[in-house]
Design a protein around this ligand. Structure first.
Ligand code: AQP
Length: 329
């Protein structure tokens, strides 16, 4: 099991947490799990060096605050394991230009930046992601729906490599929970919650003031109807709120529909705001605690990198040998 998160945004948003990190926490109990802060991916768009460093620690602190336990999983920073970039190059050389051009995230992100400003790194980042996954021989990759196409690319390239050079890589599958595959913007429930596309009012950052978070929930866009029912097509705003409510409390959507039968949208929003505050308040405190002790944090990441390198180096050596590189020994 492998997954990663970018350190770029500062605070994780609710989509990152419900779509991915929450699953990571559960899966560390049942899988040999590798989780990383993907700083190599972060520099596909311009970064301030000091901010990137601080945000990398901040991302690690949030992962620990969310419940990752370094005794149960391997938590590390991508740039600490040079094998990612090394296998990334091999995978670049197996990928067709047209194949890479079909990645919709690149199309979306480069369109936003302007084609001239988009970097080659942004173009090839899905291929680095292929290397990230294959290095750990991951069977499953827990991600949100927006990453499905990249996992498909990983499968294609792993199969291509295996066919050309002999059985080397495990073919991974996406692990995407239907209910939380896509958390939507609170102001525009037709688009996914995203740090770059959402308006500030539509984006729940987990480290924001809990009061501000409650306010955003209370002003979420719904519809002109009055019935609280899970109907993605006709009531996307209410469906999104029910998904968030259900996932944070462990109660089923059916239970919630029953509880709010005949009640106003305001009641649902007020209760969900409370649930959210109860969730983010201890999360913020725990994150601050980890950040307050950078030595411990760095030592967790150093140990994680050491463990990750043992696995990654072995896979890279096999791949290099299969490709035909002369051994350095
Ligand atoms: N809205 C979402 N719903 C469900 N899952 C989501 N993920 C992101 N948004 C949603 C999942 O979070 C994980 C980490 O993604 P990332 O490293 O790409 O984080 P990000 O860059 O902060 O995500 P954004 O907001 O989506 O970034 P931009 O705006 O730059 O595109 C992934 O597993 C992702 O699927």
């Amino acid at each position: 099991m492998l997954s990663g998160i970018q350190p770029t945004a500062g605070s994780f948003h609710l989509g990152n947490y419900l779509g991915a990190v929450r699953q990571w926490v559960a899966l560390q109990e049942t899988h040999d799990a590798f989780y990383m802060v993907v700083d190599l991916h972060a520099i596909t768009v311009p970064q301030d060096p000091a901010e990137l460093r601080a945000n990398t620690r901040l991302a690690a602190a949030q992962l620990l605050a969310a419940g990752l336990d370094p005794e149960r999983c391997t938590l590390f920073v991508q740039s600490h394991v040079p094998e990612h970039a090394q296998l990334g190059w091999v995978m670049n050389c197996l990928t067709g230009f047209g194949e890479a051009s079909r990645m919709t995230q690149f199309k979306d992100k480069s369109a936003k930046q302007g084609a001239e400003r988009a970097t080659v790194g942004l173009f090839t980042y899905p291929i680095l992601q292929v290397a990230d996954i294959l290095l750990y021989q991951a069977n499953e990759v827990p991600v949100g729906e927006d990453q499905r196409q990249h996992i498909e690319l990983t499968r294609d390239l792993a199969e291509r490599f295996n066919a050309r050079f002999g059985e080397t890589f495990t073919i991974p599958s996406p692990y995407i929970l239907k209910e939380t595959a896509k958390i939507y913007d609170l102001q525009d429930p037709s688009v996914k919650m995203s740090k770059s596309a959402s308006t500030p009012k539509g984006l729940i950052n987990l480290l924001d003031e809990p009061k501000a978070t409650a306010k955003k929930v209370k002003s979420a866009v719904t519809d002109t109807d009055t019935v609280i029912r899970y109907d993605v097509e006709n009531k996307p705003g209410i469906a999104n709120l029910l998904t968030i409510y259900s996932t944070l409390t462990g109660r089923t959507i059916a239970e919630l529909e029953q509880e709010y039968e005949g009640k106003m949208y305001g009641a649902l929003k007020t209760d969900l705001a409370e649930v959210m505050v109860e969730f983010v308040t201890p999360f913020r405190t725990r994150t601050q605690e980890y950040l307050g002790d950078p030595e411990t944090l760095d030592s967790i990441l150093a140990k994680g990198a050491e463990k990750a390198r043992t696995v990654a180096a072995e896979t890279l050596a096999q791949a290099y040998e299969k490709v035909g590189f002369l051994s350095a020994k």
